[in-house]
Design a binder for this molecule. Sequence first.
Ligand SMILES: Cc1cc2nc3c(=O)[nH]c(=O)nc-3n(C[C@H](O)[C@H](O)[C@H](O)COP(=O)(O)OP(=O)(O)OC[C@H]3O[C@@H](n4cnc5c(N)ncnc54)[C@H](O)[C@@H]3O)c2cc1C
Length: 465
Amino acid sequence: MSDEFDVIVLGAGSTGTNVAWYARDNGLSVALVESERVGGECSYWACMPSKALLVPLHALAAARRLPGAAQAVTGEVDVQAVLDRRDEFISHLDDGPQASWVESISAELVRGKGRLTGERQVEVTLADGSTRRLRAAKAVVVATGSRAALPPVEGLEHVTAWDNRDVTTAKQIPQRLLVLGGGVVGAEMAQAYRRLGAAEVTVVEAGERLLSRYEPWVGELLAEIFRDEGISVLTGRRADRVERAGVDGPVTLTLDDGTTLLGDELLVAAGRTFNTDDIGVETLGLTPKGPMEVDDQLRVTAVPGGWLYAAGDVNGRALLTHQGKYQARLVGDIIAGRDRSAWADHVAVPQVVFTDPEIAAVGLTEQQAREQGLEVKVVSFRTGAVAGGALVAADPRGKAQLVIDQSRRVVVGATFVGPQVGEMLHAATIAIVGGVPLDTLWHAVPAFPTVSEVWLRLLEADRGL
Ligand SMILES: Cc1cc2nc3c(=O)[nH]c(=O)nc-3n(C[C@H](O)[C@H](O)[C@H](O)COP(=O)(O)OP(=O)(O)OC[C@H]3O[C@@H](n4cnc5c(N)ncnc54)[C@H](O)[C@@H]3O)c2cc1C
């Protein structure tokens, strides 16, 4: 068994496995080091289980909104069936199939905890406690991802609380769920648990609104929708202190205005910590804290020699599976000497919040575009007011918005809230990445009656119709 490989990849999440795949496709030998499960966070404790929980709940809500279908829905959600399907989707936490895939691309899977020990050197502590030293002829790629951050709340480190892993794999639904953080994870899981039958769900967000990285109207609209379905939303309120009665008694959360909230479980969804603190970066003179900053070739900027790369969550550019995989494909090519650049990270990062209604955005918000000095025009239209939107949603509250760069007359940002808008997002991504002029977009005719017809309405709004 050789211990020298062209490429050593640290972390076999969605990013690391894709680096391995593309590097192998370029004829490079690869060692893929993984300390937990091949597939990483997305497969078992993030994207897959969270969406598996949400989809049946949203399907039920959609049916209940539609006369004709609504009459056929006479029962309640079958919680156990939803949880069972979730378990299927995460392969019952068995990474065997994904490990076999690694074998099928002829990359060597090294199971153990890897640490950088110097230039092109990685030491892996194997399950039996022994160590294996690996050397990279060409490159080491750090793809160690991120984990749930612990916000500075007194008592939090002493109480049992849920993180993304617990909330996505839970076997039972608590009666009262407190959610610390109104970002994507907090919003999706708050709605999932409310729809799974939690009697009380309360989201506490320190910022002004939910989903603060999106257009301001998005968070406000979602808060209104949440309140309508019985989810309490407390914004501009910081959690100060938390206590739990015994090991599994009720949790008491005290906010900065003195309010106390009682829950059976507390979900901490207050951002992510980068997995750079225990991977030996100090042996390269780096501080083991925060993301690993990279250039557009995904090379770690603070390390000379161009042999160290970082891709996916760990570089902090965009904490999304598809963006990590995009970077991974590029890294696999760049190491093989191909000329590639991760420029889309700066102009068009698509993201979908799988709440009901869905929220989908790509490119710049209005504020970001103005901060970049662009001369901006913003147009919007209600998704529920196009025939397709009304047909599928029976919920008039969605909205679509384009941010237009007036000097180039191209779309630089798009946000959609409404039914199935996640599926519409790619059209916007193509328009932005391709720099498609608005004059050309008039010839991209959306089919009637689809929700995509909102594109036509947006162009008409731009024209002043
Ligand atoms: C609840 C939730 C829902 C999400 N939903 C979505 C979604 O719908 N769509 C989307 O695009 N994104 C979603 N995300 C984000 C997505 O999960 C991440 O962006 C993605 O998992 C990052 O992949 P990664 O490979 O970079 O890191 P990870 O998936 O974290 O993988 C890193 C791997 O490295 C391993 N590792 C770490 N340190 C070492 C070491 N020293 N040695 C060996 N191995 C090591 C870990 O065990 C892990 O397997 C969600 C996140 C959460 C929390």
